[in-house]
Design a protein around this ligand. Structure first.
Ligand code: ZN
Ligand code: ZN
Length: 288
C-alpha cells in the first residue's frame, strides 16, 4: 500500500490545505496555499522529511492548467520559525520553475514586518494583496516570538498557526500569549470567521482527551476546524490562571506552558518509548 507524503485538500478552487503524512514525521503539520489573481501565497514548508516540492509543484500546475495560465508568482511565508514548519525552506528556495517564480520571506522579524507593511510589532495589523484577495497578518507572539495569524477576507478563514488548534498549545511567553489572544479576539470582532485553522491536530475526537506526544497514527482525531468560540474559551482559560501559567485541558484543546515543567523526565521517557513502538509497527495496525 502506498501512502502519499502529503494529503491535498481542496477547500475551494483557490484554497488548498496540505498535510504532511505522519509516516514522515509525527508532527504532521498542515500548510496552506492561497491563490489570488496575481499571486499565490504558501504558508510554511513542512516538517522534517516532508519532501514538499513535488506535491507543491503538482498542485500549482493543476491550478494553472484549470485557469488556462502558464505561471503565477508564489510567495512563501511562515506561521512561525519552529523547525516543524520551516524544515522544507531550503528545498522550496531551490525551486527554479518558470511556472512558479518564488519570493521567499524568511521567518525573521524584519523581513516579516517589511513584507506585510508593519511598523509597530506586535500591535499593527499588516496585509498582503494577492490580486482580488487581501490577507491580513496579525502578529501573535507567545507560542514563539514570531508567531503570526493570517486572515483571508475572501473565505473568512483565520489561520492561527501553533497558537490555537485542536491539541496542546505550547506557551513559551505567557504574558505575550495572553496579550496576543486578546488582540486576535479584537481583530475578529465584527468580522465573519468561517473556521479557525491551525497547524496540527493532537486532540482525539473524545472531549478533553489528546493523543500522547509523538503519536503518528490518529484514526479518531478531532477535526481541524475550530470556531471563534474556541478563541473566547482560550481567553477565559488564560484569565482563570491569573498570571500563573499551568496546564489546563479544555474540551477541544489544552494549554501547555513551556518551562521547567514542560516535559518531566518521566514524560520524556514515555514519549521516546511510544515513538519507538509506533515506528516499529508503522505499517501494521492489526490488533495484537
Ligand atoms: Zn511551534
Ligand atoms: Zn508546530
Amino acid at each position: 500500500m502506498e501512502i502519499p507524503e502529503w494529503q491535498v485538500h481542496e477547500y475551494n478552487s483557490t484554497t488548498f490545505l496540505l498535510r504532511q503524512s505522519g509516516c514522515t514525521d509525527f508532527e504532521k503539520p498542515f500548510i496552506y496555499l492561497f491563490f489570488g489573481k496575481d499571486k499565490a501565497l504558501l504558508m510554511d514548508t513542512g516538517s522534517r522529511h516532508g519532501n514538499l516540492v513535488p506535491t507543491l509543484q503538482r498542485t500549482v500546475r493543476m491550478w494553472l492548467q484549470r485557469n488556462s495560465r502558464t505561471s503565477i508568482p508564489l510567495i512563501v511565508v511562515h506561521s512561525h520559525p519552529h523547525e516543524d514548519h520551516v524544515a522544507g525552506d531550503a528545498e522550496v528556495q531551490a525551486i527554479h520553475d518558470p511556472a512558479m517564480p518564488i519570493t521567499f520571506i524568511p521567518a525573521e522579524l524584519e523581513a516579516t514586518k517589511r513584507f506585510y507593511g508593519v511598523a509597530r510589532w506586535p500591535t499593527d495589523v499588516g496585509h498582503v494583496d494577492l490580486g482580488g484577495r487581501v490577507i491580513d497578518m496579525i502578529p501573535i507572539p507567545g507560542h514563539s516570538d514570531l508567531s503570526v495569524a493570517l486572515y483571508d477576507r475572501n473565505t473568512a478563514l483565520l489561520l492561527a498557526g501553533d497558537s490555537l488548534y485542536p491539541g496542546r498549545l505550547y506557551v513559551a511567553d505567557f504574558p505575550a500569549f495572553q496579550a496576543s489572544t486578546e488582540r486576535l479576539i479584537q481583530f475578529t470582532q465584527g468580522k465573519p470567521i468561517s473556521n479557525i485553522l491551525g497547524n496540527h491536530i493532537e486532540q482525539s475526537s473524545t472531549p478533553f482527551v489528546d493523543y500522547p506526544v509523538g503519536t503518528i497514527y490518529q484514526p479518531n482525531e478531532h477535526e481541524l476546524a475550530l470556531s471563534r468560540g474556541a478563541l473566547l474559551e482560550l481567553e477565559e482559560a488564560l484569565l482563570s490562571m491569573h498570571g500563573t501559567p499551568r496546564r489546563m485541558a479544555l474540551r477541544d484543546f489544552s494549554v501547555w506552558p513551556v518551562g521547567a515543567s514542560f516535559m518531566s523526565p518521566n514524560e520524556n521517557a514515555q514519549f521516546e518509548k511510544h515513538r519507538q513502538e509506533q515506528i516499529d509497527t508503522m505499517w501494521d495496525h492489526t490488533p495484537h
